[in-house]
Write a protein that binds this ligand. Structure first.
Ligand code: UDP
Ligand code: MN
Length: 260
């Protein structure tokens, strides 16, 4: 009777989407009692993601929530200009709160469930999921290859988080990457005002959510008191399409009926 881990993943259509989702799903297939909540940044569910999930072998919920145009990064914008995935994570939270409320009372399965926000391009060790599984309120751990550093992490003294190792604005309420924490579903249900602020200043998206849920003193350090890196903020290179575009001009482009 392991506590369920609800993983919320925002995702959007681009050339590498299916490759990212394939890699991610293969990690999740190794994790017991995991429920994947995939939230597409699209006006409706896409065929690609629908078919992919149906064949994935995972327990999943397929949602969608289009990012409003004024909140979306435009071609050429630096990637840090606006938060990405905020509306989609909120949609996942909305679904979970609703389900928790509907199952309330007899909600034994929810009593100990935990929520994790897993972007589609990061790299996750299997150990990470066992670290987070018994989260009481909010658990935290290091994240590798983030913030232009080898890793960021909460600094632990006498079993408590006392500050954060980060290269930038360490006095943010929670200077912690999305991949660096998990929250209990109970806590999220008990605090219906906790959402991601899609208009948050750069670097404050995680804080906008967490500051309505916990204090630094309450954080539960995992991964050997935050001494182990079990998740990496990897980013995937955008594939070059120069040859493809040249071939399209000659009518020799790759068959558009083949899903990539
Ligand atoms: N994402 C999205 N819509 C977008 C851009 C990103 O849903 O317009 C998702 C993306 O698939 C990922 C998450 O939001 O799961 C974070 O995006 P990204 O990995 O690009 O952010 P970064 O690594 O730069 O923080
Ligand atoms: Mn990313």
């Amino acid at each position: 009777n392991l506590p369920t881990i609800y993983v919320i993943t925002p995702t959007y259509a681009r050339l590498v989407q299916k490759a990212e989702l394939t890699r991610l799903s293969h990690t999740f297939l190794h994790v017991p009692q995991l429920h994947w909540i995939v939230v597409e940044d699209s006006p409706s569910p896409t065929q690609l993601v629908s078919n992919f999930l149906a064949d994935s072998g995972l327990t999943y919920t397929h949602l969608h929530m289009l990012t409003p145009k004024d909140r979306k990064l435009q071609e050429g914008d630096p990637h840090w200009l606006k938060p990405r995935g905020a509306e989609q994570r909120n949609e996942g939270l909305r679904w979970l709160r609703q389900k928790a409320a509907a199952d309330g009372g007899k909600g034994l399965a929810f009593e100990s469930a935990v929520i994790y926000f897993a972007d589609d391009d990061n790299t996750y060790s299997l150990q990470l999921f066992e670290e987070m599984r018994y989260t009481k309120k909010v658990s935290v751990w290091p994240v590798g290859l983030v913030g232009a550093m080898k890793f960021e992490r909460p600094v632990v003294e006498n079993g408590k988080v006392v500050r954060f190792h980060t290269g930038w604005r360490p006095n943010r309420p929670f200077p912690i990457d999305m991949a660096g924490f998990a929250v209990s579903l109970n806590l999220v249900s008990a605090n219906p005002e906790a959402w991601f602020d899609g208009n948050a200043e750069m670097g404050f998206l995680e804080s906008s959510f967490l500051q309505n849920l916990v204090t630094m003193e309450e954080l539960e350090p995992k991964a050997d008191m935050c001494t182990k890196v079990l998740v990496w903020h990897t980013r995937t290179e955008k594939p070059k399409m120069k040859r493809e575009e040249a071939l399209i001009k000659q009518g020799l482009g790759s068959d558009p009926n083949v899903e990539v």
